[in-house]
Write a protein that binds this ligand. Structure first.
Ligand code: GTP
Ligand code: MG
Length: 151
């Protein structure tokens, strides 16, 4: 089943939004298969955001990501990569729709509280960067037959 990497950035953790964000993914019907809370080093943040290294905000972004605890997660479900990004909303919270996480809970692009992988390759790379294989838990949740149906 498809998996994606989702991280609550230091602003989301400090603002007490962990449970709110978990709820949105959980209530949708996605399954949580890994979590950890960690303060990433700046070097680690640079690895995570390596594809943005030419952007003017790269250094500030990496300083910010390494400024406090990040709540890292792996979520599993049908279409979770793409739909996870929908739940999160547009990068700039001024442009995120109401009803999305950034639309409802954030105001500026530099403090947009959450990260989500933007495609299957990135999801695989980011899960591998943040988690060891044995930290990912495979299980069948009781809800699955109700979320997906069975025959
Ligand atoms: P992530 O899920 O965090 O990767 O966001 P995204 O995929 O919606 O956007 P992108 O990967 O392009 O940018 C990564 C992060 O860089 C964003 O979440 C913002 O926090 C930050 N960022 C993007 N564009 C800007 C910008 O124009 N200014 C500033 N200050 N930060 C930006
Ligand atoms: Mg991105």
């Amino acid at each position: 089943m498809e998996r994606t990497f989702i991280a609550i950035k230091p602003d989301g953790v400090q603002r007490g939004l962990i449970s709110e964000i978990i709820s949105r993914f959980e209530q949708k019907g996605f399954k949580l298969v890994a979590i950890k809370i960690v303060v990433p080093s700046k070097d680690f943040a640079k690895k995570h955001y390596h594809d943005l290294k030419e952007r003017p905000f790269f250094n500030g972004l990496c300083d910010f990501l390494s400024s406090g605890p990040v709540f890292a997660m792996v979520w599993e479900g049908e279409g979770v990569i793409k739909y996870g990004r929908k739940l999160i909303g547009a990068t700039d919270p001024q442009k995120s729709e109401p009803g999305t996480i950034r639309g409802d809970l954030a105001v500026v692009v530099g403090r947009n509280i959450i990260h989500g992988s933007d495609g299957p390759e990135t999801a695989k790379d980011e899960i591998g960067l943040w988690f060891k294989p044995e930290e990912l838990v495979s299980y069948t949740s009781n809800a699955e037959k109700w979320v997906y149906g069975v025959n």
